[in-house]
Write a protein that binds this ligand. Structure first.
Ligand SMILES: Nc1nc2c(ncn2[C@@H]2O[C@H](COP(=O)(O)OP(=O)(O)OP(=O)(O)O)[C@@H](O)[C@H]2O)c(=O)[nH]1
Ligand SMILES: [Zn+2]
Length: 207
């Protein structure tokens, strides 16, 4: 049964004392930025938004940190172009991106992600690499994202993702997902197998 997503928000967060709103102009658009330090995980997340924050029906992307893809434009994954695409959608229609630190490597961190890459270079796919290293295939926790949505007063969204598990994570915490907005990026020779595994083994909408 879905729960009220604001019910369990940590008391330390409820006043949102660290919730300054600043301007963040960039080549991809002019954003408002907020930073959030989670009292439970200690992670510091970034929220970028365009326009008024809509309690219902606004665009939302929950973007999992990928230092190699987002910052260094690695071609091994599709994260960098997906983030850019999401920010462009925001500039056109308004909405919110929550940039989730602590989600690096699907929650296993940067060092372990590179160990997983090494296994992939030996022929293992992205899921089995995680499993061989003793991790869950996806170790991401969405509790901080739910707290942030509560602080923003967001109850329902159009979610920018190809990943049905992100929708399920929100719905199970009482956030309504009115629609999934796909964010498909052209494959390249370096990420073809990775995208194929996401489609076949993780159920991502990547036809
Ligand atoms: N463990 C691991 N993590 C990876 C690998 N490639 C990318 N990542 C991480 O995966 C996360 C992105 O997850 P994806 O599965 O690409 O996409 P998603 O966020 O679930 O779905 P979308 O919303 O459609 O982007 C980022 O944190 C990346 O650092 C990999 O081979 N192994
Ligand atoms: Zn990536």
């Amino acid at each position: 049964m879905a729960v009220n997503h604001c019910e369990k928000i940590p008391l330390a967060t409820q006043g949102a004392t660290e919730w300054e709103v600043v301007q963040l102009p960039s080549p991809l658009g002019d954003f408002e930025a907020r930073a959030f330090r989670s009292p439970t995980t200690g992670s510091e997340h970034l929220v970028l938004s365009v326009g008024p924050i809509r309690p219902r029906g606004g665009l939302l992307r929950i973007h999992s940190e990928c230092l190699t893809g987002d910052v260094f434009k690695s071609l091994r994954c599709d994260c960098g172009p997906q983030l850019e695409e999401a920010l462009k959608l925001l500039s056109a229609d308004g909405g919110v991106v929550i940039y989730m630190r602590g989600h690096e490597g699907r929650g296993i961190g940067l060092v372990e992600k590179l160990r997983a890459y090494a296994l992939q270079e030996a022929g293992v796919d992205t899921i089995d690499a995680n499993l061989q290293l003793g991790h869950a295939e996806d170790a991401r926790d969405y509790a901080d994202a739910i707290d942030i949505l509560c602080l923003l007063g967001i109850q329902s969204v159009r979610l920018i993702t190809n990943n049905p598990q992100k929708r399920d994570a929100l719905v199970s915490h009482g956030i309504e997902v009115e629609a999934l907005v796909p964010v498909r990026i052209a494959a390249n020779p370096h990420n073809e197998r990775y995208l194929e595994t996401k489609r076949k083994r993780m159920g991502h909408y990547l036809e």
